[in-house]
Design a protein around this ligand. Sequence first.
Ligand code: URA
Length: 215
Amino acid sequence: MPATTDELLELHGRIRACTACPLHATRTQAVPGYGPVTARIMAVGEAPGETEDREGKPFVGAAGQLLTRLLQEVGLDRRDIYITNTLKCRPPGNRDPEQSEVDACSHFLDEQIAMLEPDVILVLGRHALGRLLPGGGTITRLHGQRVRRGTRVYVPLYHPAAALYNANLLETLQQDMLLVRRYLDEAEAEREVALKAQAQQAIPAEPPADQMALF
Ligand code: URA
């Protein structure tokens, strides 16, 4: 069963208080994640940037604004999505995450995924891909594909920051978002079929004709 808002907020509190890796010393604040515990879609980026570190929310800078627009273009509202990062604290100067930092932070993302049990996880960029689908292939090969691992469904996508100044990547990201929309619609249709089948099973079968006489 998905967790409650209180349970998610308790996790956010632990993330804000975390001192497990050296990034706690250089951050303004940790950025746990943002969105409802009931979200069916989760998006995972790399790490907070300067604006996120200042505001305490993920994807609120230029890349975040592009993400919001890309979601809107396919009829998705970012307020319905739980957004977080591989690292919860900003690496100084926005340098790449170090493996030791990813390892120290890893259990928080695992807990978030377990709490939300999302229908789909959007994997934004190569760092999130390395963390969530290690050894699965590069972002160039996997972007836009639906990848099933265990009970989870992932869709790797180029990181919106990479598309900010690259028109070709932006177009690819827009095409991939249309695929995300299609996957979600298909999942919804499958859910409806399953619910109808369940409802049918719940209707008691009609008794045989000879028993009918007893009524
Ligand atoms: N880039 C990320 O990966 N995450 C953010 O929160 C912002 C920019």
